[in-house]
Design a protein around this ligand. Structure first.
Ligand SMILES: [Zn+2]
Length: 177
């Protein structure tokens, strides 16, 4: 319900922005989006696989910057890890500096799927009772923090594991506890 209500508010704001853009046609959507970003900021995410496919070379980065400007996107999230793929440091750093130089807000992102020991539940989720999995998670965030000042964490960060190790760690508590 909350999501739908927020979406409604965002839609109204977007329509207001579009309405404004039609009354002053000389101004680009990019300029308008920047002037109004305290009211509504439009962001997009490049997944780690998007980074590999589209942001590895300047030609792709140029296209991405152009698309974002034409779309009124002023904040980009550039993901370092998702599903056992880690984007290369030099690619992430270069994409970050190119977007920043064009006036975008730039942040990192991590999607915590398929890390270390896999859950007994959903097969993209991890068992965080497992120490090696905790260590791998830490390494992913340290790597990302060495490149970006802000990291968005995708909502895959949860567990539904009920392996023997998790059962033992749970003790007498309920799963919710
Ligand atoms: Zn477990």
């Amino acid at each position: 319900m909350l999501g739908i209500r927020n979406l409604g508010i965002k839609a109204v704001l977007l329509m207001t922005l579009i309405g404004q853009s039609q009354t002053c046609r000389a101004e680009s959507l990019w300029d308008l989006a920047n002037e109004n970003k305290d009211i509504l900021r439009i962001s997009t995410l490049f997944t780690a696989q998007n980074v590999r496919a589209y942001l590895s070379a300047d030609e792709g980065i140029n296209k991405a910057i152009d698309w974002c400007k034409k779309t009124g996107v002023t904040h980009v999230f550039i993901e370092s890890y998702r599903g056992r793929y880690t984007a290369e440091r030099k690619v992430l750093r270069h994409a970050k500096s190119r977007f920043a130089a064009e006036g975008f807000e730039v942040s990192g992102c991590v999607t915590t799927t398929k890390i270390g020991k896999i859950s007994t539940g959903w097969n993209v989720i991890s068992c965080y009772t497992d120490k090696a999995t905790q260590d791998e998670l830490q390494k992913i965030f340290e790597y990302t923090a060495s490149i970006f000042d802000e990291i968005m964490i995708d909502d895959f960060l949860f567990t539904d594991c009920t392996c023997d190790q998790c059962r033992k760690a749970r003790g007498d508590k309920t799963w919710a506890d």
